[in-house]
Design a protein. Structure first.
Length: 255
């Protein structure tokens, strides 16, 4: 119940300010733009290939629209999630209400989980609204739903990992803009770290590839739910929450 009270408080904070509406609008407009262009391109190619039935067999709605759509969604999530998480603790520090949290009958773990769930709910809401796009595609063409649902599972897990990192970083500063920039920088670092694996041989390259946030999402977008990828994202979420709690404990001692 105490976690739920924090959850309700944070959800209310999102919707009484323009933050939630701006983030939802930005996310949906950009994703809608990508979807429209990719879907129209697929329709154009389909009409062109209608004269060559043999070549048209290789065309797949999932490969040409669904998978690229998830890849674009992951990039947009990289940009909007720092805006979701920047205020979670930074605003508490700036307004001075962090002291009330420290003295309230709430543990740091409960506070961190409540704030995480609130941000994740917002992300879930954003993701859920995009389900409309696969349904639109299914009305006009054949679509494989397996990769769609696995893609959403992977997208939510990756979003949870992003949020847990942003939550931890938000404890470091009382400036929301700084928190957003630091979160974006950290996410971008772990996004690109896998690129270096091509230049590092042996175990080092495997480690860099494993640490990459996006490498584990690719299989989900292809329709494969690998246990290793699920464990990876859950581990990042746990580590982010654990770091958040440790940072809060450290802040108490400094205070």
């Amino acid at each position: 119940m105490r976690v739920f009270s924090i959850f309700k408080r944070e959800i209310k904070a999102y919707f009484v300010s323009p933050i939630a509406y701006v983030i939802l609008a930005i996310f949906l407009i950009i994703i809608g733009f990508f979807f429209y262009n990719m879907f129209m391109y697929f329709n154009l190619r389909s009409m062109q290939m209608a004269q060559y039935p043999y070549m048209a067999r290789g065309m797949s709605l999932n490969e040409m629209v669904v998978r690229p759509l998830f890849q674009n969604m992951s990039v947009i999530a990289l940009l909007v999630i720092p805006m979701l998480t920047m205020r979670l603790y930074a605003e508490e520090k700036k307004s001075g209400t962090i002291e009330l949290l420290f003295t309230a009958p709430l543990s740091d773990v409960e506070t961190a989980i409540g704030k995480f769930l609130a941000a994740f709910f917002m992300f879930f809401l954003m993701s859920g609204l995009t389900v409309l796009y696969p349904f639109i595609m299914s009305r006009v063409s054949t679509i494989e739903w397996g990769p769609v649902w696995s893609g959403y599972i992977g997208f939510l897990l990756m979003g949870g990992a992003f949020i847990s990192i942003g939550l931890a970083i938000s404890t470091l500063t009382g400036n929301q803009i700084v928190a957003a920039l630091l979160t974006f920088g950290m996410l971008l670092f772990f996004w690109m770290i896998g690129w270096s694996s091509e230049f590092v041989s042996g175990a080092g390259g495997n480690v860099l590839s494993y640490l990459s946030l996006i490498e584990h999402f690719d299989d989900f977008a292809k329709g494969v739910c690998d246990t290793r990828d699920i464990v990876y994202y859950l581990s990042v979420i746990f580590l982010g929450l654990f770091t958040t709690v440790q940072m809060l404990e450290s802040s108490k001692w400094r205070a």
